[in-house]
Structure formats: C-alpha cells, structure tokens
Design a protein around this ligand. Structure first.
Ligand SMILES: [Zn+2]
Ligand SMILES: [Zn+2]
Length: 172
C-alpha cells in the first residue's frame, strides 16, 4: 500500500489496507506462516514534507517454538505512530518535535510505503525466540521427542560431571 504524498488533502486522509502479499519471510525467520494478512487502519496528515501516520494494525502469524519446534498461532495487534520524512527534509522545529515522539521512516519518490512500514513494525514486535508456552519443556535431549504431550520415558540426563566420562564410554 503506497500513498502519494500530494494526494493527502490538508484535512488528512484515512487509509485502510490489507497487505495480502506479505509472506512469512517478509516478517522474520521465526515466522512459519501468515494466517491472517497484516491489516491496518491509519490516519495520514501532512506537516510540510512530513507525513504523520497514526492508527491500529492487526495480523495473525504461525510461529515456530524455539524449544520444541511446534507451530502455534499468534495474533499481533497494536497501535503505531509513524513520521515519514524525505531524506532531504529541512530539520525545522516542528520536524524535530515530531521525530522525538514518533518512529521516523524515510520515504522516497514522493510516496509513503505503508505496507512496508507495517511489515517492519511486525518484525520488531515479534519475539526473537518464540515459545509455544512460557514453560515449554522442549525436546528430550536423549531421543529428541517433544515433551509437551507427556514424557517419553528416557532417563534424565546426568548432570554430575563424574558421569560425563561414563556416558561417553556408553556411546561408543
Ligand atoms: Zn514449545
Ligand atoms: Zn526421550
């Protein structure tokens, strides 16, 4: 979703869009799939060469648990406050004020790319190491089985360093 800056009237512009082309890899390596395409409803306002965008967003993605590798759905929703500015914008008083409060995004070619800004926002709010649940036990270190649906029956790993040598011998 791109909007030409000159198309934004003095009274502002309300824009609602769905980024149906957003793929998992556009959002982050921890994203396994996009269940519900990123959506946003924003109010755009011009302040000189600056474009302020405020509004809400929503998306639903499938993440891969960093411990047990299971896929699980997660809804992302929140609000954004962006200030788009051209790289050559004059650093006036008003510009500086807005930049202190808002996330600054550069725009080029006379248009703001709202879909790209939303993709970047989503990659920022996504957890780096997602967990299917806070206390996910992960995979069994012995057999590699997922532990969420009950233990596999393997012996717990010996943590006493004196056993480490023995365990090594048993492997061979
Ligand atoms: Zn997990
Ligand atoms: Zn096991």
């Amino acid at each position: 979703m791109r909007v030409r800056v000159e198309d934004i009237p003095p009274e502002g512009l309300e824009v609602e869009f769905t980024d149906s082309r957003a793929a998992a890899q556009d959002l982050g390596p921890q994203v396994a799939g996009v269940e519900q395409a990123p959506w946003a409803c924003l109010r755009l306002e011009r302040r000189g060469s600056l474009v302020l965008a405020r509004g809400r967003y929503r998306a639903q993605v499938d993440l891969e648990c960093s411990r047990c590798l299971a896929r699980f759905g997660q809804t992302l929703a929140g609000t954004v406050e962006w200030a788009f500015r051209p790289p050559e914008a004059p650093r006036g008083e008003e510009v500086r004020l807005a930049e202190d409060e808002l996330d600054v995004i550069f725009y080029q070619g006379g248009e703001v790319d709202l879909a790209q800004a939303l993709r970047d926002e989503l990659s920022l709010v996504l957890p780096m190491a997602p967990l299917c649940r806070p206390d996910c036990p992960g995979l069994c270190p012995v057999c590699g089985k997922e532990q969420n649906n009950g233990a596999c029956g393997c012996r717990p790993r010996q943590t006493d360093p004196r056993w480490a040598k023995l365990a090594k011998l048993e492997e061979h």
